[in-house]
Design a protein around this ligand. Structure first.
Ligand code: HAM
Length: 408
């Protein structure tokens, strides 16, 4: 197959036969978000490359290996967003949203781009639903975030998954942990990949998510190095989840692959091991990006991954009626009739191809229309039409202007 009829590697066409799944997930997510006070934000698909270096972190795999970075015609370095948090934070700062009523809750649906090795559930273009809260530095805020995700999963029918949580502490406890990691990794210095050798000096935590070097099993875990106040924060976060009756598992090995996290981190994992969502607190990011020091916390869900684990989706809507017509006058009439029925909220189709009645009825069958009528000269004259229920095969004669009452 030639290049022009083959989508780029790692991308996914969301075809009409399954688009209702995405529409359902997105609609449910946005509708649920409203109940928690989130407002939607849409930010550009590309940002200045520096934004991701400063937020996601320039020693992370995402920044070092996975970004789609290009220069525009004026030589500016731009990057397709690899995730949604940085762009939302940038927009909140730039547009003064953090100077308004806090906490501010923003949600988004966005495409993201990462040059990763494609495999099942891992794409180079994928989409996220994200939720971010700014201006609340409490375990209650993190518990509410998890409650939002939990509520959403319940509505979507996501079953058999685990909420794994951890605390990666504040910059203070992180510093002593980083030292412990350096000591631990010292024994492997001659075996580390080139990136990890650099990371060991700059940001040893990133060795824990290297996909090449595999020495993390026996590495010290950050939870044990949380300072008193971070430990207390984590305990209160867990108590918040307990009081909401939300089940979770503490996984001290979660460190997340992005640099901006502080304290709470979590992942949503299916029973087949798919991480379909993740997030955590990022108290330092807004200041790091030049905004007023504002704590923040959030999560993002991978829509393709969620779609793959939901078992039952509501069916996509089928036409309520197909209006077949014979002759020019009847075709013009059926177009107007269709329009009237649509105005009354019905899904109506009529012939726009100029096919024979037989071919029109075959089409009505293919598109699974619930009812059909055939309109010709005699129906126009009598004002009566045979309405056929396509499932039962039964037909009844009704007035042409009575279709709406009969089928709605
Ligand atoms: P993340 O863990 O990098 O976190 O991505 C969040 C979710 O996006 C993942 O759990 C996964 O479902 C989906 N995802 C990531 N990469 C891919 C891929 N290559 N193909 C398909 N799906 C993928 C973040 O992006 C953070 N911004 C989350 C966050 C929001 N933290 C705080 N606020």
């Amino acid at each position: 197959m030639g290049l022009i009829t083959k989508a780029p590697r790692g991308t996914l066409d969301k075809l009409p036969a399954e688009i209702h799944k995405y529409q359902y997930i997105e609609r449910t997510a946005v509708d649920t978000a409203v109940l928690y006070g989130y407002k939607e934000i849409r930010t550009p698909v590309f940002e200045h490359t520096e934004l991701f270096k400063r937020s996601v972190g320039d020693t992370t795999d995402v920044v070092q290996k996975e970004m789609y970075t290009f220069e525009d015609k004026k030589g500016r370095s731009l990057t397709l967003k690899p995730e949604g948090t940085a762009g939302a934070a940038r927009a909140a700062i730039e547009n003064g949203l953090l100077g308004e009523a806090l906490p501010l809750k923003l949600c988004y649906i966005t495409n993201c781009y990462r040059y990763e090795a494609p495999q099942s559930g891992r794409y180079r273009e994928f989409s996220q639903f994200g939720a971010e809260v700014y201006g609340a530095n409490t375990p209650t805020c993190d518990a509410e975030l998890i409650a939002f995700a939990y509520d959403l999963f319940t509505k979507l029918g996501v079953k058999d998954y685990t909420i794994e949580i951890n605390s990666i502490g504040c910059p203070d406890c992180r510093a002593s942990y980083q030292e412990k990691l350096r000591e631990y990794y010292a024994q492997f210095t001659d075996k580390l990949c080139r990136d990890c050798t650099e990371r060991l000096a700059k940001n040893p935590m990133r060795l824990l998510d290297c996909k090449v070097c595999d020495f993390k099993e026996a590495a010290p875990v950050i939870l044990e190095y949380n300072c008193e106040s971070c430990g207390d924060f984590f305990a209160r976060f867990k108590a918040g989840l307990d009081s909401l009756g939300i089940p979770y598992v503490v996984n001290p090995k979660i460190v997340r692959g992005l640099d901006y996290y502080t304290n709470t981190v979590f992942e949503f994992i299916s029973n087949t091991g798919t991480v379909f969502g993740a997030g955590g607190r990022y108290n330092g990011l807004i200041k790091e990006l030049g905004g007023t020091d504002t704590p923040a916390s959030g999560f993002a869900l991978g829509l393709e991954r969620i779609a793959s684990i939901i078992e039952n989706f509501p069916m996509s809507r089928v036409p309520d009626i197909y209006i077949a017509s014979m002759g020019e006058k009847a075709t013009a009439f059926s177009l107007k009739l269709s329009q009237d029925l649509r105005a009354a909220g019905l899904f109506s189709e009529c012939d726009i191809v100029g096919r024979s009645v037989k071919a029109q009825m075959r089409f009505a069958d293919k598109i699974k229309a619930r009812f059909t009528v055939v309109i010709g000269e005699s129906e126009l004259e009598s004002g009566k039409v045979m309405l056929k229920n396509m499932e039962s095969g039964e037909s009844v004669e009704i007035a042409l202007d009575g279709i709406h009452e009969q089928i709605s």
